[in-house]
Design a protein. Structure first.
Length: 344
């Protein structure tokens, strides 16, 4: 499922992302250590900025021990579209950035033209889940979501060359104010996405993880190691965490009442821009990528049948251009399966 954030100021009519001009690909690609960034932006400088930001964010996340330091080996594709009308065609009017975890090409991050790694909370939140997934795949939800909400606060100070963690938004603080017993938010979460109870689960989980990082970091890291090794979180808690579980509620209420929570920084690891070389995306690959954007579209104004038809047309055109393209062949099987499911 793609998660999105609200945006404003969308006026022009949505149009499909442009791919070819005079038969040539309009798309450019920068491959870095952990990402493949592709875009139809006219400026290579903008493309390089986005690619550099994502590498910087990746190293910032990987330097925080609570994510387990065992990030995935795959490379998400970062797609930056050249204008907001193209972005709205795929994502609708109420989106300013999205992370789509499951596509035929693997995880895909979609951004409008002026987006970036540090600009959209949803991208940082979902990327934190992705980076931590090999270590925390079986972790309880309060731990996974609490960590992701802490990590989504990452902010890059270009003047000081540092990444700041721990800044809190009014929404996080507001949700943390919705008191809920620890045995509830550390148990099974409610399914209703708009409920007060679910917001309280998110808020109190964020507050608890923040408290453990602030006050019991080493034991918290040891706790995560045990969870990663297969112990139940309850057993790991009893062995490592100083705070007793029956004291969680009172402790979090006092912690929240301070109105100030710890901040910490890590040195930014910025890639050498001279080593990042944009290359042209072959026309077949660009059309195949757009077919994935069609198939993954969550624009509520477009029906699934429309999306799949457009995806099929793009994939057919890509196959005609280069039937041996690895990307084209990879997507073909996945799209055929999706069409069969839609027809049932």
């Amino acid at each position: 499922m793609a998660l999105v954030l609200l945006c404003a100021g969308c006026a022009s009519k949505p149009t499909a992302p442009a791919v070819l001009e005079d038969g040539k690909s309009m798309w450019r690609r920068v491959e870095t250590e952990h990402f493949v960034t592709e875009s139809n932006l006219q400026s290579d400088a903008s493309l390089l900025r986005v690619a550099s930001e994502f590498e910087t964010l990746w190293y910032a996340f990987a330097s925080v021990p609570v994510l387990g330091l065992r990030p995935p080996t795959g490379k998400p594709i970062v797609v930056v579209l050249r204008d907001t009308s193209e972005y709205r065609y795929v994502a609708g009017d109420k989106s300013a950035g999205a992370f789509v975890e499951d596509t035929p090409l693997g995880p895909l991050i979609l951004l409008p033209p002026h987006g970036g790694a540090f600009r959209e909370t949803v991208v940082k939140h979902e990327l934190a889940h992705y980076v931590g997934s090999p270590s925390l795949n079986d972790a309880p939800r309060w731990l996974n979501e609490g960590l992701a909400q802490v990590m989504e606060t990452a902010d890059y100070d270009t003047d000081d060359g540092q990444i700041l963690f721990g800044s809190h938004s009014p929404a996080l603080v507001q949700n943390a104010a919705l008191t809920m017993p620890g045995y509830v938010f550390m148990g099974t979460w409610p399914a209703d996405p708009g409920s007060r109870e679910l917001r309280a689960c998110y808020g109190r989980s964020w507050l608890l993880v923040h408290y453990l990082i602030d006050n019991d970091l080493q034991n918290f890291l040891d706790f995560i190691v045990r969870v990663r090794s297969g112990e139940t979180w309850q057993d790991a808690w009893e062995k490592e965490i100083v705070l007793r579980r029956d004291e969680i509620d009172a402790t979090l209420n006092r912690y929240y009442g301070r109105g100030k929570y710890g901040l910490w920084t890590v040195r930014a690891h910025v890639p050498d821009m001279n080593e990042l070389q944009p290359t042209s995306v072959p026309p077949a690959d660009a059309l195949a990528l757009r077919s994935v954007l069609h198939a993954s579209s969550w624009n509520p104004e477009r029906e699934q049948a429309q999306n799949l038809q457009a995806a099929d047309e793009d994939l057919r055109a890509a196959r005609d251009l280069d039937p041996q393209s690895a990307r084209v062949r990879l997507i073909s099987a996945a799209l055929a399966s999706a069409q069969e499911s839609a027809a049932k």
